[in-house]
Design a protein around this ligand. Structure first.
Ligand code: ATP
Ligand code: MG
Length: 749
């Protein structure tokens, strides 16, 4: 499209829209709600409305802020906006809520009394801080209960509840450990503040608190962005809702779009009422409904509608499509989860003959399903990308190095310190670490580099003192190099050498084939790429840029890859071919929802999954699936019965490379031989559910092992004895798992 010669933007924009969409686009000022079903053009309307406001209403593009939920959706919105509005579209702000919150906090860090380069704590940083706090309550808790506290604290923040006003807003009787919950929350906040850090929930709640405390900041933001557009509004939680209310309350140029049938974040505090009450919040709101689905074929839409109709309390919506006919969707049943993955790969292959990889998606209900699918894709040499999963940045070696980066940029970051101090092991015991942390509180020296350097004063002696001093020197030297704006790739190499990490990873790779240095190489690529794109880039800038990454937005690579993601991450996206894996009871719908007796949110999730497909839809299921080292018999998803008759072809008993095994009588049986995983069959020690090597206490902590399902790892400890003896293993993927030794296929390597 030649933008320079295009004179009549108005016609150009409106010609791409149907009537109600045109009406929405032309309603430029005042509150506007578009409540409509999947694929009806809500996001398209947002994009065209932005183009219209810029080109027809002549509002400066930088006055517009659009917000959506996932990084991929934001990236897609940005590129669709450039296509529609031309290069000026890049002046609009298009971000996720979290990235917008971070942007605000970085620029206004002084209100928090933080430096601009404050850290962002992820789940494991949070875990570290909360575990340390729980130790103050001896005998009462074990470290693993940190998750309960972490979740509760995040939920409080999503409701804008602070430690101080907690008793006024929360009915503590409904919470476990309610005698100390408030105190833990308070201690956690103190620890986090001392580290100059914010956590994920803070990215939304802190801006809200700041807006209330500092009206001049709110005014500045209202002046900065007089036009707001919010996609997927049905999934806003209270803090996000408040954020929108604040920024849009003065000018009221607020357009929100959403679909109550796609509300899938209730479990995380999102409240569909926010969209249903929009008309009450803004009395003069214009409400527009869109009824034509332009995305999917009729048969796909009929499946989605057939299932969602089983939910109560829906807004009445009539979606139609003119895409009559189309391929009949198919449900395939494989003998087990490995064969299911093979089937998924063969469906992908088949689709690749006439569809680009970027138009094919494999969706699953839970993150843990991705590993088998990834393996199958790798073996078949199909380019794929996992979205939303932290597959790269969650790897141990990457987290190790990033912790160093963080500590170098922000010497006060306790979570980064806790990771760095004994990575690689340098003989500084827990007691010494605790001494440093205590000294930090007593001496009010915030920077860990200084604390490490003054080991003597802080009660360290001998080996620990020397090791701490050495680490302090390394950190200082590295900080100097970082400040000198050195080549970041070179900086990484120096860090790896100086700290000894390179040696450790190389050794592990050699002995275990862990591939750590390969991932470190990927990190180097990421650093170099970043530096190439951003001249004068610093280490701090890099950390800021990756802090919100759940996907790396590399469009070239994206074009040539099949997408793998959870259904939650697929929200708002569309693909020619969609394969939904794991269409089983207890998986989709998820067993927790079934246990709680309410699967309506799971049904909406299924509706989201199905409506991602434009032309082809496949469902797959496995007759048995491995869970914690055991095969469990599965049943088909109860949603199957809700799909209207004749819309789905059911292919039974599918099996790749052989006949399907006979149905299993037991519902819970140990892992069977070879069938599940070809690589396992060649390894001695595998083959039966009960591993003879596991009897007689052959394992001890520190042993390197190979697990039939989870691969390589190291024994952390053994627990109990006899038949119920358990073994805790830290696997190369960074996860710790616990098994009953007797039933686990394990061997020392
Ligand atoms: P979801 O609820 O899944 O987020 P949505 O309502 O945001 O869906 P869009 O993604 O905006 O829907 O649109 C779905 C598809 O239909 C897109 O490919 C879009 O370009 C196309 N589409 C929407 N409206 C029209 C139209 N008036 N003419 C042609 N194509 C359209
Ligand atoms: Mg959309």
């Amino acid at each position: 499209m030649n933008f320079a010669t295009m004179t009549d933007w108005k016609d150009q924009i409106l010609s791409k829209l149907n009537e109600p969409q045109q009406q929405a686009v032309q309603t430029v000022r005042g509150p506007l709600l578009i409540l409509a079903g999947a694929g009806s053009g809500k996001t398209r309307t947002i994009i065209h409305r932005m183009a219209y406001i810029i080109h027809v209403e002549k509002v400066p593009a930088h006055y517009l802020a659009a917000v959506t939920f996932t990084n991929k959706a934001a990236a897609e919105m940005r590129s669709r906006l450039l296509n529609t509005a031309g290069p000026i579209g890049s002046e609009c702000t298009v971000r996720t809520f979290h990235s917008l919150g971070l942007y605000l906090l970085r620029r206004n860090a002084q209100y928090l009394e933080y430096p601009e380069n404050f850290s962002i704590w992820d789940d494991s940083d949070q875990q570290q801080a909360i575990s340390a706090i729980l130790e103050k309550f001896p005998g009462k808790f074990n470290k693993t209960q940190y998750r309960y506290f972490a979740n509760s604290i995040s939920a409080f923040k999503d409701k804008l509840v602070t430690p101080q006003n907690l008793p006024d807003h929360i009915d503590l009787d409904e919470y476990e450990f309610n005698d100390i919950l408030q105190e833990v929350y308070q201690l956690y906040e103190a620890r986090k503040t001392a580290s100059f850090a914010v956590d994920f929930a803070d990215l939304i709640s802190l801006p809200c608190h700041l807006f209330e405390k500092f009206p001049e900041l709110l005014t500045r933001w209202q002046n900065r962005y007089p036009f707001w557009l919010i996609d997927e509004y049905q999934d806003t939680n209270f803090a996000q809702y408040k954020f929108v209310q604040h920024v849009a309350s003065r000018d009221k140029n607020l357009c929100v779009v959403g679909d109550d049938d796609q509300a899938i974040y209730g479990w995380r505090g999102a409240d569909v009422k926010n969209i249903l009450d929009f008309g009450t919040d803004f009395k003069d709101a214009t409400v527009i409904k869109l009824e034509e689905n332009y995305r999917s074929t009729k048969v796909i839409l009929d499946i989605a509608n057939g299932v969602i109709e089983n939910n109560y309390e829906r807004m009445a919506k009539h979606l139609f499509t003119s895409r009559e006919g189309g391929e009949t969707p198919v449900l395939f049943t494989a003998a087990d989860d490995v064969q299911e993955a093979a089937k998924v790969v063969s469906l992908v292959r088949q689709s690749l003959t006439d569809t680009p990889a970027s138009e094919i998606a494999v969706l699953y209900r839970t993150n843990s399903q991705s590993r088998l699918l990834e393996e199958a894709m790798l073996n078949a040499k199909i380019n794929y990308r996992v979205y939303g999963g932290l597959s790269f940045f969650a790897r141990k070696e990457i987290k190790d190095i990033l912790a160093y980066f963080k500590l170098i940029v922000n010497g006060k970051d306790e979570a980064a310190f806790a990771r760095v101090i004994n990575t690689p092991p340098r003989g500084i015991g827990d007691k010494s670490v605790e001494k440093i942390l205590t000294a930090r509180i007593d001496s009010r020296i915030g920077d860990f580099t200084d604390l490490l350097a003054q080991g003597d004063q802080n009660g360290l002696s001998g080996k620990a003192r020397d090791a701490a001093a050495k680490l302090a020197e390394q950190l200082k030297a590295l900080r100097k190099k970082a400040e000198a704006r050195a080549d970041l790739g070179f900086f990484l190499d120096e860090l790896l050498e100086m700290t000894g990490l390179a040696k450790v990873y190389e050794e592990e790779d050699r002995l275990l084939g862990s591939g750590r240095m390969e991932y470190v190489g990927e990190l180097r690529n990421s650093l170099l790429n970043y530096q190439r794109q951003t001249s004068q880039a610093t280490l701090g800038d890099y950390l800021q840029q990756i802090s919100l990454i759940t996907t790396t937005e590399d469009h070239e690579a994206e074009k040539a890859s099949v997408s793998l993601m959870t259904v939650h991450n697929a929200k708002g996206l569309e693909f020619e071919t969609v394969i939904i894996a794991g269409f089983e009871k207890d998986l989709f719908p998820h067993f927790l929802a079934e246990r709680d007796g309410d699967i309506s949110e799971e049904r909406r999730l299924f509706y989201v999954a199905v409506t991602r497909a434009k032309s082809r839809l496949y469902l797959t299921q496995a007759e048995r699936r491995m869970r914690q080292g055991f095969y469990e018999q599965s049943k088909t998803s109860p949603f199957l019965n809700e799909i209207p008759h004749g819309l789905l072809r059911v292919e039974k008993g599918y099996s790749v490379g052989g006949s399907a095994p006979k149905p299993f009588k037991q519902s819970f049986i140990p892992r069977a031989p070879a069938a599940a995983k070809p690589t396992a069959s060649s390894s001695p020690g595998f083959g039966s559910g009960i591993n003879p090597q596991n009897k007689g206490g052959k394992f001890s902590s520190g042993d390197k092992i190979l697990h039939s399902n989870f691969g390589k790892g190291r024994v952390l400890r053994l627990e109990g004895d006899g038949d119920s003896q358990r073994i805790h293993i830290l696997f190369d993927d960074g996860k710790t798992r616990k098994f009953i030794l007797k039933f686990t296929d394990l061997k020392i390597i």
